[in-house]
Design a protein around this ligand. Structure first.
Ligand SMILES: Nc1nc2c(ncn2[C@@H]2O[C@H](COP(=O)(O)OP(=O)(O)OP(=O)(O)O)[C@@H](O)[C@H]2O)c(=O)[nH]1
Length: 203
């Protein structure tokens, strides 16, 4: 496949506290593995995966940012051109949930206002250690017009679904945008803000 051989190109950026499992989610999706002894991300990491959705090739550029505070000024610069943000917390760590309003302020400040944001509660394989009730997280996501999904990078639960549903939604937006702007066709992914997924349900 040549470099240009795709119908859509979307940029997805993962953000959230250190240690919530961003790198593991990306590795699981792009490489199908759960890396042992994963070190903290330094700055930003980048991976690509091309998927096919209903006969169309979709190239996903996935940016995995460091959660540690000291990298914040580097990671912020990656928000602006993101088509989608995956805001991740750890369901076994109340603190990572409590920090979400802080992350939302970052998004408001640095991301483009049409970005699609999904809240992800990771590590559901550790059900006995859960500190954040699903209902509480769902309510919070709804109050902020975010989608919500719970995952396990370790057990590969909902990881494929997370990225494919996002890709589906971004395609839907891009198509809608093209219909709305027949004169000046926008770049794929420069769609309008949305409040729910219509082509692939997240439930
Ligand atoms: N049980 C369980 N552990 C997980 C899961 N995902 C990640 N972990 C563990 O959580 C720790 C942190 O994972 P990372 O993927 O490095 O976290 P991160 O969010 O990328 O961290 P930073 O790079 O510092 O921002 C590692 O020890 C992983 O093995 C999961 O789904 N289940």
């Amino acid at each position: 496949m040549s470099m240009e051989d795709y119908d859509y190109l979307f940029k997805i950026v993962l953000i959230g506290n250190a240690g919530v499992g961003k790198t593991c989610l990306v590795r699981r999706f792009t490489q199908g593995l759960f890396p042992p002894g994963q070190g903290a991300t330094i700055g930003v990491d980048f991976m690509i995966k091309t998927v096919e959705i209903r006969g169309e090739k979709v190239k996903l550029q996935i940016w995995d940012t460091a959660g540690q505070e000291r990298f914040r000024s580097i990671t912020q610069s990656y928000y602006r051109s993101a088509n989608a943000l995956i805001l991740t917390y750890d369901i076994t760590c109340e603190d990572s949930f409590r920090c979400l309003p802080e992350w939302l302020r970052e998004i408001e400040q640095y991301a483009n206002n049409q970005v699609v944001t999904i809240l992800v509660g990771n590590k559901i394989d550790l059900a006995e250690k859960r500190e954040v009730l699903r209902q509480k997280a769902e309510d919070f996501a709804e109050s902020q017009s975010m989608l919500y999904l719970e995952t396990s990078a370790k057990e590969s639960d909902n990881v494929e679904k997370l990225f494919l549903d996002l890709a589906c939604e971004l395609i839907r937006e891009a198509k809608q945008n093209k219909l709305d702007n027949t004169d000046s066709a926008p770049m794929p992914g420069e769609g309008k803000a949305i409040s729910y997924l219509s082509c692939c349900s997240l439930n």
